[in-house]
Structures are given as structure tokens and as C-alpha cells.
Design a protein around this ligand. Structure first.
Ligand code: ATP
Ligand code: MG
Length: 392
């Protein structure tokens, strides 16, 4: 075996007694996510997960890419394992990192010795290997402050490992340790980012989408499923519950004052989502509002909307500017799909002059002509469940 990955754990190492749950969850998440790329051995010691390809047929690049999107990991690096012996370590440096070194102008060696039985301490290892590198690559200068390239040597329990600079991991906490939440997923830019942020904190997610055929098209639905699929790169597989929303929207249009259309519609979304969430064992709702972005995202409007549910509503984008959200959407790969120009059910029957400072009493009166419970019941009978996973 000449290449493997080291995944370093972040905050997870701080979690005291819960640490074992966290670590086990992380290991099983990694195993599940790598299954599509061949057989890998995954084990954890000393706050590091080791990922070792077991067969020549393993898709190592695919697995490497997947490891960069696993929550609970702060940094990832590809490395070459070797015997815990200075000559073997130097040979590994030359064969594995030689090309990178040859392209640089200066270098340093950083070593870590977690196997305290190894006779040299970390400074001595760095000095020794650094000396050999300087001899072998005479045009490279040693520069301990601003090196063009850093060689890392880690002497650990099972073996020694050499590697170049690590790449940042996905951060956050392992998926599943933070409970389960239901994301209200529209086709826009914001809700996938909101889901990603809560997912990053260790929550498993299920998605709910409201769909108003024929006001919104089949293409709009496919777009939402594609967004959910893109999110599974980070979250693992999810279910998308697609709720038929046409009857509710038409009932609102036909029976309620126009200025309250959006608010009443959003109250229905919340009520239905809460019930679907409970069915999935989810304990919070996640939505993508940002304060003041549109009329339905004022404090008063959000109070009226949240009033109909009895579980926490997480709005991780509430204090973010659009630009900041767009940046994350680009990073997680959902932006391109989000900006495809299909309509959302929120844009059907949009009032010309929506209420921006609604009172609860006025909204309840505006809603009074509707058979709320009947409409919810029928919508819940009209749910299509779609499983999405990254490899689809
Ligand atoms: P997004 O970019 O996520 O669509 P937005 O800025 O367009 O958000 P709104 O349309 O007011 O905002 O929606 C606010 C939030 O309500 C969304 O972020 C999403 O969580 C939820 N939402 C809106 N439309 C739908 C829908 N059709 N299905 C499910 N959830 C929705
Ligand atoms: Mg929207």
C-alpha cells in the first residue's frame, strides 16, 4: 500500500464522554460514504482517522474527493506510510514528494512524534530529514519561516507517514450527532445553504418541498431534486417529501385578502412541515430567511409565520448578506443549479403590496374563511417521497 489518507478531527476531540459516540458515528459515516469507491480500511487512533485503500481497483481520487466533504474532519491529507526508520522515511519523502520538492525554491520539515518510543524527538527528526533533503536537492534553501514547501513527517503508533501540506476538511460535527431536522427546500439560492449550515453542525436532514403543479413545472421539481442530490455530497442520503400545494394556494387566492397571500401560504408550509418532520423523527425545521430580504422576512412576518408551529425553527442565514450566501452556495456547488430560471410556488400569486408588518390578529382573520385542517389533511395525503443519494 503506497498511499493513504489521514483525516484529522476537529471539535469532536473536545467532547469528553461523548467522544466515543462521535468517533463511532464519524467512522461509520466515512465507511458509508466511501463504499462507492471500493474497499477501504477505516480506523481511528490519536484523533486521526486513517483511510487505507485495500485493493488496486479502489477509486482513490473519488474517495479523496468524498473525504473533503465529510463533516467532523478539520483537515485531510494524502500521505505515504513507511517504516519507522529514518532511511525509510527519507526514501518515502524522495519517492512521494520529490516532484513537489524539485519544483520549489525553499523548504522546511515539520515533524510530529506521537510514538514516544521512537529514539529521536520531533526537532531531531526534522533536522535529520531536512539535512538529507538539502543534500539531495542542492538548489533548495532551508527556510523555516516562509518555506515554499513544507514536508511533514509523523511518527505514529503503526507506522511513519510523510506528506505535503494538508487541505482544509469540511469542518463541523459528524452527521447524525446533532439529531435530525427537516429542511424546507425551495429552488432558490438560500435554502440549500441553510441546510448545509445546519448539516455542518451534525444534524441529519430530510427535505420538504412544496410544489404547485401546473403553476410550477416538472422542471422546477427536477431542479429541487437536483439541489437535494448535490447537498448529499455533505449530508449523505436524504428523503425529499414533495407536497402538492396547488389546492391550498388556490384556496388562499380565492378566499383571502391579497396582501396576506404570502403569509398565509407560509403558515401552511410551516404547519405541514412540522407534521412531516415529526413523522421522520425530526425535531426542528430549517428555513433560509435573511432578515429584511423580502416582505415575508421582517420580524413581524416571521413571528406570524412561526406562530403556527411548536418546534424550533432554525434560520442560519438570518444575519447574512446575499453575497455571503452566494459565496457558500458556490463553494458547496449548489449555486449553478439554484440560478436556473424556474418558478417557485412562492412566486405564484405574489401580492402586489404584501403586508410587511402584519399583526397576528389580522392574519388569523384573513385566514378564517379557510378549512385549515381539511386542507392540511389533503395535502398530507398528496406527498411524493423521493430518496436522493450522491451517486444517482
Ligand atoms: P430561497 O432562496 O431558499 O428560495 P428566498 O429568499 O427565495 O429563499 P422565500 O421564498 O421567502 O425566500 O422563502 C423563505 C424560505 O421558505 C426558503 O428559504 C425555504 O426554506 C422556504 N421555502 C420557500 N418556498 C418553498 C417551497 N416551495 N418549498 C419548500 N420550502 C420553501
Ligand atoms: Mg424562494
Amino acid at each position: 500500500m503506497n498511499e493513504m489518507f489521514l483525516l484529522k478531527l476537529g471539535e469532536i476531540v473536545l467532547k469528553g464522554a461523548n467522544r466515543y459516540n462521535f468517533e463511532n458515528r464519524l467512522k461509520s459515516n466515512i465507511r458509508r460514504r466511501l463504499a462507492a469507491y471500493g474497499k477501504f480500511k477505516v480506523y481511528l487512533t490519536q484523533s486521526t482517522v486513517y483511510v487505507e485503500p485495500l485493493e488496486d481497483t479502489c477509486d482513490v481520487d473519488g474517495a479523496w474527493d468524498a473525504c473533503g466533504a465529510i463533516f467532523g474532519v478539520v483537515s485531510v491529507c494524502r500521505c505515504r506510510p513507511c517504516e519507522k526508520d529514518l532511511d525509510a522515511i527519507f526514501a518515502a519523502v524522495q519517492s512521494y514528494l520529490g516532484d513537489d520538492l524539485a519544483m520549489g525554491t525553499s523548504f522546511k520539515v515539520e515533524s510530529k512524534r506521537s510514538d514516544k518510543r521512537f529514539p529521536l524527538n520531533s526537532i531531531q527528526i526534522s533536522q535529520h530529514i531536512g539535512g538529507l533533503i538539502a543534500e539531495a536537492y542542492p538548489n533548495l534553501k532551508v527556510d523555516v519561516h516562509h518555506p515554499a514547501y513544507t514536508v511533514y513527517v509523523e511518527v505514529r503508533d503503526h507506522a511513519a507517514y510523510v506528506h505535503g501540506p494538508a487541505t482544509p476538511g469540511a469542518g463541523g460535527l459528524p452527521t447524525g450527532v446533532g439529531g435530525k431536522a427537516a429542511l424546507l427546500l425551495s429552488g432558490g439560492i438560500d435554502s440549500p445553504v441553510a441546510g448545509y449550515m445546519i448539516g455542518k453542525r451534525g444534524a441529519e436532514l430530510e427535505c420538504i418541498h412544496f410544489f404547485s403543479y401546473p403553476y410550477t413545472s416538472e422542471l422546477a421539481k427536477q431542479k429541487v431534486l437536483e439541489l437535494a442530490r448535490l447537498m448529499t455530497r455533505y449530508m449523505g442520503r436524504m428523503t425529499v417529501d414533495i407536497v402538492g400545494f396547488t389546492e391550498i394556494q388556490e384556496a388562499i387566492r380565492d378566499n383571502c385578502p391579497e396582501e396576506y397571500f404570502t403569509l398565509i401560504m407560509r403558515r401552511f408550509m410551516m404547519r405541514i412541515s412540522e407534521r412531516i418532520a415529526r413523522d421522520h423523527g425530526a425535531e426542528a425545521l430549517v428555513t433560509g430567511e435573511s432578515l429584511g430580504q423580502v416582505a415575508s422576512q421582517t420580524m413581524q412576518a416571521m413571528a406570524v409565520t412561526a406562530h403556527v408551529v411548536d418546534m424550533p425553527i432554525f434560520q442560519p442565514l438570518i444575519g447574512m448578506d446575499k453575497e455571503e450566501v452566494v459565496k457558500i452556495a458556490r463553494k458547496i456547488g449548489t449555486l449553478e443549479t439554484s440560478i436556473l430560471p424556474y418558478e417557485d410556488c412562492c412566486t405564484v400569486f405574489t401580492p402586489k403590496h404584501p403586508k410587511t408588518k402584519p399583526s397576528l390578529k389580522a392574519v388569523e382573520e384573513a385566514e378564517a374563511p379557510l378549512d385549515v385542517e381539511g386542507l392540511i389533511e389533503r395535502a398530507l395525503q398528496n406527498v411524493e417521497k423521493v430518496q436522493v443519494k450522491y451517486e444517482d
